[in-house]
Design a protein around this ligand. Structure first.
Ligand code: C5P
Length: 284
């Protein structure tokens, strides 16, 4: 049914939390960016009902618990098309529980494949609405690129692309559960907010310096002491010449923005001697 479909990771160039909602979620304002680091997804029909998921990470759910299977179920439920038995294969390249939307991107890739095969007329907006039922980051991952994401993360506006640059992405050995960090946020007590309108203007002006100056993630303000390594990675990246460095999503992954490839490559090489998962990427 599909050749390989690439499921790209995302970074948050900016992440702001505006308030807590009645439904328990938070209203966010984020500048999201897809990067070249990607899982490889295949989707094939199989005899029998339901979806089976095979991955090269044995601890990921193989059945309905996998977000890729949830996306398939949601696709057939929302479109009213008769459900088809599916075998989904996932080669994981994106670190798991890292703030890079790895699972959400797998789900979005499955939605794109199913649309191509069963509902080619379905507009992006409708596919993103289906994605929003699966997870807050799924709508962004359907189209990717550079976007402003608001509301729960499902209200999307396309932004001008990030100017050419290099990103050094570094995940420490530990993970941070997303709900744990959201629970620490008291919006009125956040000491600093990213200048998102300023970052949007800088993107419009292709001003990489201006973008770098405005990179900020409010979760850094509520990060418990046990996760201090995030700040160590940030200062290492800055010491190695990054224009700016920030945590992505609810962490713990940190990324640095570089103008020049050689500087980024040597920073990645240096970090890789200390940390298990380091990637040199470009925006896509
Ligand atoms: O939507 P998703 O399942 O990815 O969200 C995971 C968790 O992150 C939610 O259960 C909630 O605790 C938190 N969250 C939130 N506000 C958002 C997105 C996620 O509080 N806008």
């Amino acid at each position: 049914m599909s050749g390989v479909e690439y499921a790209y990771a995302k970074l948050n160039l900016a992440l702001d939390i505006l308030g807590k909602r009645e439904d328990g979620y938070h209203d966010l304002r984020m500048v999201m960016q897809s990067i070249g680091l990607a899982d490889e997804i295949t989707v094939s029909p199989r005899a029998g009902a339901g979806t089976e998921v095979g991955t090269d990470l044995p601890y990921l759910p193989k059945g309905d618990g996998n977000i890729a299977a949830k996306a398939a179920a949601q696709f057939f439920a929302a479109t009213g098309l008769p459900p088809v038995g599916l075998a989904i294969g996932i080669k994981k390249r994106i670190p798991v529980c890292a703030g890079m939307a790895g699972g959400s991107s797998d789900g979005a890739a499955v939605l794109r494949v199913l649309r191509r095969v069963y509902a080619p007329q379905l507009p992006d907006y409708d596919l993103e609405k289906i994605g929003a039922q699966v997870g807050s980051d799924v709508p962004f991952c359907v189209r990717g690129g550079t976007m402003l994401a608001e509301g729960r993360g499902e209200r999307l506006s396309v932004l001008p692309p990030l100017p050419p640059c290099w990103l050094v992405v570094c995940k420490p050995a530990f993970s941070i559960p997303t709900p744990e960090l959201f629970a620490k946020v008291q919006v009125k007590k956040l000491r600093c907010h990213p200048d998102v309108p300023g970052m949007v203007r800088a993107l419009e002006q292709k001003d990489l310096e201006g973008i770098a100056r405005r990179m900020y993630n409010v979760f850094e303000d509520v990060l418990p002491r046990k996760y201090q390594q995030v700040f160590e990675i940030k200062s290492t990246l800055l010491g190695l010449g990054a224009m700016a460095a920030s945590m992505t999503g609810s962490g713990p992954t940190v990324f640095g923005l570089f103008r020049e490839q050689d500087e980024a490559a040597s920073a990645a090489e240096s970090l890789a001697t200390q940390y298990p998962s380091v990637f040199l990427c470009r925006p896509v």
